[in-house]
Design a protein around this ligand. Structure first.
Ligand code: DI6
Ligand code: FE
Length: 401
């Protein structure tokens, strides 16, 4: 079924720039874009539908390429404690921090996890997100990681959003393995990943490379195991210190290395050479009141593709808004609104290995787009929160979320 969409301006984000087409039109055929260009040049055709977009600005649907949407409980109580002067270390020593989310996640049923994650995800969808990546990593044993990954698959099946699932079993050391990190890594490599991959629950494998999580040598073992199963890898790297996890990620041709505040120029060169995307997470930077900025100039100079994501998680980025992340990427990291928009469209698609089909509005790609009633594309990074009037189209069909 062919649809003609007209009376709009388009920021197609082809090659990661606005690539503006004024007074544009688009022809979709089923789920795909068949033609896009100036309205005056639109092919005459027998369209099943003609849609008037009333002067909207059309962008690709947002892609949130780094979230931990599925978890039990939340940590607003810890947030309050910290503001009363209790340190993160004291909270952790009292069983709080990631450990408390792991306990709550293990205790929750699959239906409970689905219901709470669905509400969080709906916040993103209402803002124009049409693809999202969701990580496991708050289960940390085979049954609980499986439970989370099954919830992730179910979210993709029941909501109008394309979901990529990432296994982050190497997120933290579970209490059963205290002082035995290498044994836990063995368990991940030899039991968890093979079982979860065989069940079709995993699209990519991630790990947390940090002095308070896993060493580069341990991460490397996870990468080897993932690649033996044919799975692409990603990495949380250089968030709190410089262990050169991003260079390690580049050596393994990782789809992305994420966070990166403490990365060096040599890390940026390695990532540029391997085509590994830099995923910046301004929500975590802000919530932790971090002061070390990611090396924007080195990333730009060496041509590393930069994505921006919410990092939606209960501990360090309880972010339910991708548009707020666009603003923070600009205010905190001095990205331009155009760079930030590329960060949640084409470059986010690349961070998920889906840039051939998603992330920009080009002939042959999937027709996932948002028609915004705004004055210019920079409005998307400008407004702080609120609900901008919009229509969301996924796979060529208008959706309500
Ligand atoms: N980096 C983070 O900031 C979060 N995970 C990660 O790998 C922390 C998650 C949490 O505190 O629950
Ligand atoms: Fe994260």
């Amino acid at each position: 079924m062919k649809t003609l969409w007209q009376h709009c301006n388009v920021a197609s984000m082809a090659s990661g720039t606005y690539s503006i087409i004024e007074d544009a039109a688009m022809v979709t055929s089923g789920a795909h874009i068949e033609w896009i260009g100036r309205r005056s040049e639109a092919p005459a055709g027998d369209y099943a539908q003609v849609k008037d977009l009333a002067g909207a600005w059309v962008t690709p649907g947002f892609i949130d390429c780094h979230t931990h949407t599925v978890f039990g409980g939340n940590r607003s109580g810890e947030f309050e404690q910290r503001l009363q002067g209790v340190s993160y270390a004291e909270i952790a020593a009292a069983g709080g921090g990631i450990a408390s989310t792991v306990r709550a996640t293990r205790a929750a049923s699959e239906d409970e996890l689905f219901a709470s994650a669905k509400k969080r995800l709906q916040n993103l969808l209402r803002e124009g997100v049409t693809s999202v990546e969701i990580k496991s990593g708050y289960g940390l044993d085979l049954a609980s990681e499986r439970k989370i990954l099954r919830v992730i698959r179910r979210l993709g099946a029941e909501l109008p959003v394309s979901v990529r699932s990432t296994c982050l079993a190497a997120h933290a050391l579970p209490p059963e393995y205290a002082e035995r990190a290498d044994d836990y890594i063995d368990h991940i490599c030899h039991e968890m990943l093979p079982a979860l991959a065989a069940e079709g629950l995993v699209d990519a494998v991630d790990a947390f490379c940090e002095y308070l999580a896993f060493s580069p040598a341990q991460v490397e073992r996870v990468f080897v195991a993932a690649q033996a199963l044919g799975l692409p890898v990603k990495l949380h790297a250089e968030q709190l210190s410089s262990l050169h996890g991003s260079s390690l990620a580049a050596r393994y041709h990782a789809l992305s290395a994420d966070h990166l505040e403490f990365m060096t120029e040599d890390d940026a060169i390695a990532m540029a050479q391997s085509g590994t995307v830099a995923v910046l997470l301004p929500g975590a930077f802000y919530f932790l009141r971090e002061t070390q900025l990611p090396p924007m100039e080195a990333l730009r100079k060496h041509g590393v593709k930069i994505a921006v994501a919410s990092d939606l998680n209960p501990g360090t980025s309880p972010a339910l808004s991708v548009r707020l992340m666009l603003n923070m990427a600009c205010t905190c990291f001095r990205m331009t609104p155009e760079e930030a928009l590329a960060g949640v469209t084409l470059h986010a698609a690349k961070a998920l290995g889906m840039e051939q089909t998603h992330g920009s509005l080009e002939v042959g790609k999937v027709a996932d787009f948002v028609a915004w009633q705004i004055d210019r594309p920079a409005d998307l990074a400008y407004w702080l929160g609120g609900d901008l009037e919009k229509r969301v189209v996924r796979h060529g069909v208008e959706v309500t979320v």
